[in-house]
Design a protein around this ligand. Structure first.
Ligand code: MOS
Length: 769
């Protein structure tokens, strides 16, 4: 999905009225920016945190989907009689007998537009064509294996080259010019120095530790779905549409999530299958995806092919940037990977053009994967910038510094807070960039050849609409809740920190309740927007609860503040006291509540979306970063390793140094996967994603992980509310892959333009020790 579409999505759905004010540079307490450990950590490390598939209910049964074994065609006949006769088998659903499931037209954002088992058509290998339900998981698996299917097979296409012209598709699928200024064609044609190259990124599969799962409970009227979801509110809205019931009859519970990387942003068909089986059998149904199904049924980052043309003067001034890209999409949906997300504003340039086209393939529907668009897009643009620097004989850091801009030249608006220059400078210093010698193969460490590469990172900074409630309770604790969720990023922890900052109540006395759609509506954890979205609502709710407390303090019998002006009071360190005095002179908040005979002081808060913030409309909001990478190339045994990474991030104020560093370091490791290991391979014989397991689809392990130094500029963004925090879930991945390929070129002289870098690519290196 395009980031702009994502912003529109998160900013829609609710009235954006709010009492939240933009008050930049408030001085928070020491809890903000601290390295507080995750408040949910003990639950996770002791195994007591319940993930979706950990829920069990009396009379629960198990469902196992049957996937198509062709990539295109029609189901001629489906025969479940043998399966139905097997021990413990209760039901085999298929398109011929499933109770209707509906398309989702307006209830929210779906991953695959087509409901499961809609008809007899197969669009991709693995598509669900049946569902076996039995008393035990093993019985359901055995039944799924004997469902007999006969197909009329059609021609299909899983070709990797995206050169073919796009077949006619819906209006949204056609080639599009996404950005244009000046006269890029003639500026390029007349530029004395040119780069014209095509860069390719493969299909990649999200591989969170926790696989997707649904435990569906139907009580005769209402569905409760235990899910692994990055967006419980949207999931509820979509499921209400797909199941044909009112929203209030669906509740989504997603207390803990073993990460998602975008694969769990929007509901996938298995959720509806589990629900419909639960309703039909009137029994709870557990459906867990296998790792194998993760490769065909729950999205992927689509393959991209991007032609970049850069034109420059011999002195090194960029005069034209052109990016023409394609990405594959499925037969059932038009998903545009927004590879041009950062191109129009990253560098100062007068002439620019970005265009995009979709190419249909018989694959499951693609979906956002960590830094969708920007991450593959920056692989192309930043690789081309490195190639240009080499042609110009310029230092690649210098080339980028020379084109830094504080104005978004596409929107003609200033950036709210852009410190890309500082990222490059701090990164160069910390990495030791000044010691780099530019000649290929010129840096050694014993028998190893070192390569040093750099690239910059960018990702949109959004803020959507949300609500939160804060209760200050007479037992001396606080409770804060919102229907957002923590995909493992640290949302529980930063929410506790904000309440603690506002009230002075220690974080271990603050209960954070997330991950249930029945709470007041909170944001989807996507697009790196959840932090900036939820924080103002929590702060607003805390302020409202404190106001009730102060009003109580001036009214309650026996209060030392009786008849005082509530505006003369404040709350710090958990105590109500006169402004300007120390908290010890005051009264603990639980005593104030008792004096007023209140069980709790309850505050409701809201966040307004950036879109309805009149001040923010005048600014372009983004995060930035600089990635410095060292590779070691051992030509004797053809071994390549990323040995060192320095990542400098301009992500607004950092609320928690530990969770934030984890986000960036994790993204760096994922970037090594993107650079050196990951690709989903579709079998040309039948469209099967053939490396659908951890033996064949490689992700980095501890042994592949380099020394990683993460630095934050920690400069609050004045458009992001009083705390100035932007989300940082995705920015750390941007720029890693192109910094790796730049480093690989520096070490070996081989320019790899198609990811991942393979050892085979490097055998042509003429650099020898
Ligand atoms: Mo992210 S791809 O929005 O989970």
């Amino acid at each position: 999905m395009m980031f702009s579409e994502f912003l529109e999505f998160i900013q829609s759905g609710q009235d954006g009225q709010s009492s939240t004010q933009t008050q930049p540079f408030a001085r928070p307490s020491a809890v903000i920016g601290s390295s507080l450990s995750r408040v949910d950590g003990p639950l996770k490390t002791t195994g007591s945190a319940a993930y979706a598939s950990d829920y069990n209910f009396p009379r629960m049964v198990y469902a196992v989907p049957v996937g198509a074994t062709i990539a295109s065609g029609k189901i001629r006949r489906i025969d479940a009689t043998a399966a139905e006769k097997m021990p413990g088998v209760l039901l085999v659903l298929h398109h011929g007998n499933v109770a209707p499931l509906f398309r989702n037209a307006s209830g929210g954002r779906n991953s695959e537009s087509r409901p499961p088992l809609e008809d007899d058509t197969v669009y991709y290998w693995g598509q669900y064509i049946a569902l076996a339900v039995a008393e035990t998981f093993q019985q359901a698996q055995a039944a799924a294996a004997v469902v007999r299917v006969e197909y009329d097979t059609d021609k299909f296409n899983v070709a990797t080259s995206l050169d073919d012209s796009m077949p006619a598709v819906g209006a949204t699928g056609g080639p599009r010019v996404l950005s244009k200024r000046g006269d890029p064609d003639s500026a390029f044609a007349s530029a004395p120095v040119q780069v014209d190259a095509t860069y390719v990124t493969p299909a990649e599969t999200h591989n969170p530790m926790e696989m997707h799962a649904t435990v569906a409970v139907w009580d005769g009227k209402k569905f409760t779905l235990y899910e692994s979801s990055q967006g419980v509110v949207n999931h509820r809205n979509v499921m209400a549409q797909v199941l044909g019931v009112p929203k209030e009859n669906v509740e989504i519970v997603s207390r803990f999530i073993g990460s998602g990387f975008g694969g769990k942003l929007f509901p996938w068909p298995h959720s509806a299958l589990a629900a419909v089986a639960a309703r039909q059998l009137n029994r709870p149904v557990k459906l867990t995806l296998s790792r194998k199904m993760m490769f065909s049924n729950v999205g992927h980052r689509p393959r991209t092919q991007q032609r970049i043309r850069l034109g420059a003067t011999p002195e090194g001034k960029l005069v034209s940037i052109q990016q023409d890209y394609r990405n594959h999409t499925s037969l059932v949906d038009d998903v545009r990977e927004n590879c041009g997300e950062a191109t129009p504003f990253l560098y100062s340039v007068a002439n620019l053009h970005v265009s995009s086209a979709l190419v249909k393939r018989n694959v499951g529907t693609p979906t956002p994967m960590r830094g969708p668009g920007a991450v593959p897009g920056l692989f192309a643009l930043e690789s081309a910038m490195d190639e240009l620097a080499i042609k110009l004989k310029k230092d690649p850091v210098e080339l980028r510094l020379a084109h830094d801009t504080l104005i978004d030249e596409e929107k003609n608006k200033p950036f709210s807070s852009r410190h890309l220059k500082e990222c490059l400078q701090v990164g160069a210093t910390n990495f030791g960039w000044s010691r780099r010698t530019p000649e290929v193969g010129s840096m050694r460490n014993g028998d190893l050849i070192l390569g040093w590469g750099v690239a910059v990172a960018s990702w949109g900074a959004g803020r959507g609409v949300a609500e939160a409630t804060v209760n200050l309770r007479s037992d001396g604790t606080a409770r804060v809740s919102s229907a957002t969720q923590d995909p493992g990023t640290g949302t529980y922890t930063i929410v506790a920190q904000i309440v603690s900052d506002k009230t002075g109540i220690p974080t271990d006395k603050i209960q954070v309740v997330l991950g249930d759609s029945s709470l007041v509506p909170g944001p989807t954890s996507g697009g790196s927007t959840a932090t900036a979205t939820i924080i103002p609502a929590v702060a607003d709710a805390a302020n409202a609860a404190i106001q009730i407390l102060l009003t109580t303090a001036v009214r309650a019998k026996g209060s030392p503040f009786l008849q005082k002006d509530p505006a003369s009071l404040t709350m710090t360190a958990g105590c109500v006291h006169a402004k300007g005095q120390s908290p010890e002179t005051g009264v603990p908040f639980q005593d104030v509540l008792r004096m007023g005979n209140l069980a709790s002081a309850n505050g409701d808060g809201k966040s307004a979306g950036l879109g309805s913030d009149t001040k923010a409309r005048d600014y372009s909001t983004h995060s930035f970063g600089a990635q410095f990478v060292e590779v070691e190339w051992d030509p004797g045994i053809a071994k390549l390793r990323v040995s060192r990474v320095v990542s400098v991030i301009d992500g607004g104020r950092i609320l928690n140094k530990k969770t934030a560093t984890n986000q960036i370091a994790g993204a760096v490791v994922m970037g090594i996967g993107m650079g050196l290991l990951e690709q989903t391979t579709y079998d040309p014989r039948n469209g099967h994603p053939i490396n659908d397991n951890f033996a064949d689809y490689l992700v980095p392990t501890s042994a592949d992980s380099p020394q990683i130094d993460v630095h934050f500029l920690d400069i609050p963004d004045p458009m992001m509310g009083e705390y100035g925090a932007r989300g940082i879930g995705e920015i750390g991945l941007a720029g890693i892959a192109p910094a790796i390929t730049a480093a690989v070129y520096h070490a070996t002289g081989v320019r790899v333009r198609e990811l991942p870098v393979r050892v085979e690519d490097l055998l042509t290196s003429r650099v020898l020790v």
